[in-house]
Write a protein that binds this ligand. Structure first.
Ligand code: 26Q
Length: 821
């Protein structure tokens, strides 16, 4: 028995080997000789999971007896990436497991590569939630991430004839060893119908919601392990199922097929993740999804409150709820409803709890990305919540009127309901009014939140507004993604303490001039570039020169991120080489990655243009490989891990004021890439940290951008005045990149020249000049390597551990609850 125990949970090589073989046999029903790569992966995953479970149970018990204050992170998206390698790192058994695998004659990298990633997010916001979960556990803060268990995550991207083609992401097809279903943790979620007034037994007037539809949410739990600690927190995702009690009404009257149909319809709610940047995002199903996970999560918290501390009066002491953007902001109305309609509270007590429990993070200033829902849809789906929103609004606007006497214009702007045109509920206003703290995600962004987007609210409640600059977890983006660099850093610093305390990377500075380190640093980078080159050759057929500058832009494709500005520079390099083929140009590999929303025509045209330019340049014998262009298909967490270690140059070239923070910028810089960027989002702070001499800055500031907008932006003047710019755009329209079709890219070039809100042409000249500086700097290898080392050494601030510490101290007021190993 004792031995059995050890093979199930022991950390020795022998225990891991035995555990692996047991799991292969007892879970997968296979022995070595007939096991598929997937069987081997599953056995490795279960062997790892066995070692997490003990810590998980212990954490849950300890948190319960301590009645720990708990952070509930509500997010419609979580993008954790593959779990296996990350869990091995956080358990501290990478080396043992690697050796165990070798002794069993297994290719461990191949096993790790088998895992399908849970792509339950679009990009930055979902990945931020995953980094925060890692840091919450590592910092030993009791927390639950609440979201949706989408059956299909973000689509898989393939490139066909240069165009993006979307394939559905059936990530659960082969089973998911990391989740534990909790069929008994199940809550009813109500939709539609009507409300009515009635008198309770004390004669008080109350409201009852009579729904038209009830759907069940069932919990699926994934353990989130901290790095080097005993704490394991919970990612609890809800799956939609038909509610037995409801369907069987239909079944009872003999409508069996009707009941089955209702079941299928119920399950569509958690079926698929919506891509962002969709022009028609006002989909009914999306609102149903948001309410679905919010309602389950709040009901779950109320259950936990009763199971631990008891009465609901201390709900805001037991819990803090962080809203990741406005997507879960219905939680404000749902908590009010549950407290009043189900738990007998009056308005004032319910509101006191509600507005003390919620905090809201804003992730965008783009007006088109601010969520609103038409009042008619809202009323049809959530009639009781609309009443509550109206009532919140009535109380709130009365306060505004008293504070700003006679300023009805301000009242109109601040209202939770937009009254110009079709009446709409403004989810951001609801989130601000219902929260005790509101934060932006980088210093610049948080300033703009106060002075532009929520200026009226900031005038009213100046103390409510905060900044917490984003961060990323060094466990995933350094240790897992870049083991070579991680080893070199640990050896140079004489310890691996930097993994939990990223400020310790400063110890590298003392060695920034050390030629021994320079040599090894360069070798580590070249090795990563060779790996990426091999990987890209295999997947795209394009061969890159590892000596070239690896110039990378990887992020969602969007006009505000300005991938087309990057393209104009590539076309400039191409024209220069064509004009003087013998010039001494520094070789470059231009690498792109990123998905376009399926309905975002301009973004898809940008992908087509990248691939079209790549095809011409890569096949032009005169260019002879001096510059190469490649589009990495299906950029996601897993594929990104090949990219970050290999980049020399990180493209962060959004129009200033548009990128709330960016987090890719941090991932690249942590892996020794230098940044070419505008003063946007967290770039501002990255430049501050690494030093302006180690950062390639160009372009207008946010201030200059808004001034230009006020004066009127006339891009055709740039086109007319700048001969090189003109010839770059004309080359696109010449048909060179489109087999003679002069119209294909017209929508893109017309927009740039006539009415581009993202001012690509205004920054073109500065960008080209800055890129020329980059090339010159790259010639001086010693200097470049020194800048690269200093970039890494000064990235401590951008650990998500620092971000979570700031949330814990300034916003949540939570304490660590250590679980011993
Ligand atoms: C909304 C309504 C309907 C359908 C989809 C959506 C939706 C989904 C996802 C809207 C937005 C998103 C994601 C936004 C996002 O990723 N924003 C990024 O957040 C990062 C983390 O703070 C920042 O670093 C980026 O600057 C910001 O663009």
């Amino acid at each position: 028995d004792v031995d059995r125990e050890r093979t199930r949970t022991g950390m020795s090589k022998t225990a891991l080997k035995q555990g692996f073989l047991d799991n292969l046999f007892y879970i997968q029903g296979r022995f070595r000789e007939v096991a598929t790569p997937h069987d081997l992966y599953m056995a490795a995953a279960y062997t790892t999971r066995d070692r997490i479970l003990e810590r998980w149970i212990k954490s849950a018990q300890r948190y319960k007896t301590n009645q720990s204050r708990t952070v509930c992170y509500l997010s419609a998206e979580f993008l954790p990436g593959p779990h296996l390698a990350n869990n091995l790192v956080n358990l501290g058994i990478v080396e043992t497991a690697t050796e165990a695998a070798h002794e069993l004659g297994l290719d461990f990298d191949a096993i790790i590569a088998e895992e399908a990633e849970p792509g339950l997010g679009n990009g930055g916001l979902g990945r931020l939630a995953a980094c925060f979960m890692d840091s919450l556990s590592t910092l030993q803060i009791p927390s639950i991430g609440y979201g949706i268990r989408y059956e299909f995550g973000i689509f898989d991207q393939t490139i066909e004839d240069g165009w993006q083609v979307e394939k559905s992401d059936n990530w659960l097809r082969n089973g998911n060893p990391w989740e534990i279903p909790r069929p008994k943790i199940r809550f009813p979620v109500l939709y539609g119908g009507y409300t009515e007034q009635y008198r309770d037994h004390d004669g008080r007037s109350r409201t009852r919601w009579v729904p038209a539809q009830i759907i069940d949410g069932v919990a699926y739990d994934t353990p989130i392990l901290g790095y080097g600690v005993g704490n394991v927190n919970l990612l609890r995702l809800w799956k939609a199922e038909a509610s037995e009690s409801f369907d069987f009404q239909a079944f009872n009257v003999g409508d069996y097929y009707g009941a089955v149909h209702a079941k299928i319809e119920a399950e569509t709610i958690s079926k698929v993740l919506y891509p962002n940047d969709e022009p028609e995002a006002g989909k009914e199903l999306r609102l149903k999804q948001q309410f679905f996970f919010v309602s389950c999560s709040i009901q779950d918290m109320i259950r936990l409150q009763f199971n631990t501390v008891g009465p609901l009066d201390s709900f805001a002491e037991k819990f803090v709820i962080q809203l990741n953007d406005t997507h879960p902001s219905l939680a404000i109305a749902e908590l009010m409803r549950l407290l009043m309609d189900e738990h007998d509270m009056d308005w004032d007590r319910a509101w006191d709890i509600t507005h003390r429990v919620f905090c809201y993070t804003n992730h965008t200033l783009l007006p088109e990305a601010l969520e609103t829902w038409s009042v008619s849809l809202f009323e049809r789906l959530l009639p009781r919540h609309l009443e509550i929103v109206y009532e919140i609004n009535r109380h709130f606007l009365d306060e505004v009127r008293v504070h700003f006497l006679g300023d009805e214009d301000r009242v109109r702007r601040m209202s939770l309901i937009a009254e110009d045109g079709e009446r709409r509920v403004r989810m951001a206003n609801l989130a601000v009014v219902g929260s005790r703290a509101v934060n932006g995600v980088a210093a610049l962004h948080s300033e703009l939140v106060k002075t532009t987007l929520f200026k009226d609210f900031h005038d009213f409640w100046p103390d409510r507004f905060h900044n917490v600059t984003n961060g990323v977890t060094p466990r995933r983006f350094m240790v897992v993604a870049n083991p070579r660099l991680s080893r070199l850093i640990s050896e140079t610093c004489g310890s691996d303490d930097w993994i939990r305390d990223l400020d310790r990377l400063r110890d590298l500075e003392a060695h920034a001039m050390d030629s021994g380190l320079h040599e090894r640093w360069h070798e580590v980078k070249i090795a990563a570039k060779r790996d990426l080159a091999a990987w890209l050759k295999h997947r795209t057929g394009v061969l890159l020169d590892p000596e070239a500058i690896f110039d990378v832009q990887a992020k969602r494709i969007h006009e505000y991120k300005r991938q087309h500005l990057n393209l104009l520079h590539i076309i400039r390099c191409y024209q220069r080489l064509k004009q003087s083929p013998n010039q001494d140009m520094v070789p470059r590999a231009f690498i792109f990655g990123g998905k376009a929303a399926p309905g975002y025509f301009m973004a898809k045209l940008i992908i087509k243009l990248i691939n079209a330019v790549a095809e011409v340049i890569n096949n032009d014998p005169q260019i002879n490989g001096f510059i190469r262009v490649v589009f990495m298909p299906d950029f996601n967490v897993k594929n990104g891990q090949h990219l970050y270690p290999a980049a020399n140059l990180s493209e962060q070239i959004s129009l200033a004021g548009k990128e709330a923070s960016g987090t890719g910028n941090m991932k690249f810089s942590m892996n020794g890439a230098l940044t070419i960027g505008t003063l946007d989002g967290a770039n501002v702070e990255i430049r501050e940290e690494v030093g302006k001499e180690n950062f390639f800055l160009f372009g207008m500031s946010a201030e200059e951008v808004s001034q230009r907008q006020r004066e009127g932006y006339h891009p055709w003047e740039h086109y007319a005045k700048d001969a090189e710019l003109k010839s770059d755009i004309d080359l696109i329209n010449s048909g060179l990149f489109s087999h003679g079709d002069t119209q294909l890219f017209r929508p893109l070039t017309d927009r740039l020249v006539n009415q581009d809100p993202f001012m690509v042409l205004a920054d073109y000249r500065a960008y080209i000049a800055c890129q020329d500086h980059v090339a010159e700097a790259y010639r001086d290898h010693r200097h470049w390597t020194r800048m690269s080392i200093l970039n890494v050494a000064r990235m401590g601030k951008f650990s998500s551990d620092r971000a979570i510490r700031e949330y814990a101290e300034h916003i949540w007021r939570t304490e660590p609850h250590p679980i011993d190993l």
